[in-house]
Design a protein around this ligand. Sequence first.
Ligand code: HPA
Length: 273
Amino acid sequence: MAYSYDYYKKSADFLIDKFGDRPEIGIILGSGLGHFAAQVEDAVTVPYTDIPNFLRSTAIGHAGQMIFGRVAGKKVVCMAGRFHSYEGYDMEELAIPVRVLKMLGVRALILTNAAGAVNMSYKAGDIMVISDHIKLAGASPLRGPNVEELGPRFPDMGRAYTPELRALALRLAEKSSLTVHEGVYFFMPGPQYETPAEIRAIRALGGDAVGMSTVTEAITAAHCRLPVLALSVMTNMAAGVLDVPLTSEEVIETANAIEGPFTEYVRDIIANI
Ligand code: HPA
């Protein structure tokens, strides 16, 4: 189905009415990173199921709530629960959340995710500021009639990961106990983890980390000129690096282990955006 400007506006108008205000910054929380939502002060929580024209969360480790309030003095809206193509959504449907956030009025979008480390110099628990992505599989979230009110048919992707926000994140990393890299995120549609051969191919192609989310959101944001900062948590070494099977439990465990410093880091970024 083709979605129109009015389709997204219906969700946004409903949320503005519930929140009684407009957020400045949107944050989409990745697998196992939903605990950041506890940072939101004076929170107004709206389940996705209440929002007209919205999607429902099915993925493990994703709550399915929009949380509006304040973090570090800024008005934010957190999406605790994101949508992935492996859940069965059409790529076009994956544009919906970011377009609704844009129409709420956010001036920056922070995307977080759990990812496998492909770059051999990275370790589990490290963070990667995404500088760029590679997406060779799956359709675009911009497929279908272009929504002219939001952006052009053929958007430029050269600044999809906003250079100024990346520089800010790297600067603030210096006072964090986290190890923060900058690198290229390689999108794989999942839900199966990659094969060791796929990871070797991804490394040869220039990927530093691999994951099943984020790029559809970054593409949708680039289309409507919404600045993006994307942070990947290396929850595991990618397939074939270590001789152990990959499990979603390991992903959640690593995300939990860095909860404290990661929360502080994201707070500090929000304070300075
Ligand atoms: N591959 C794909 N997605 C992931 C991984 C991985 O190794 N870890 C966390 N999300």
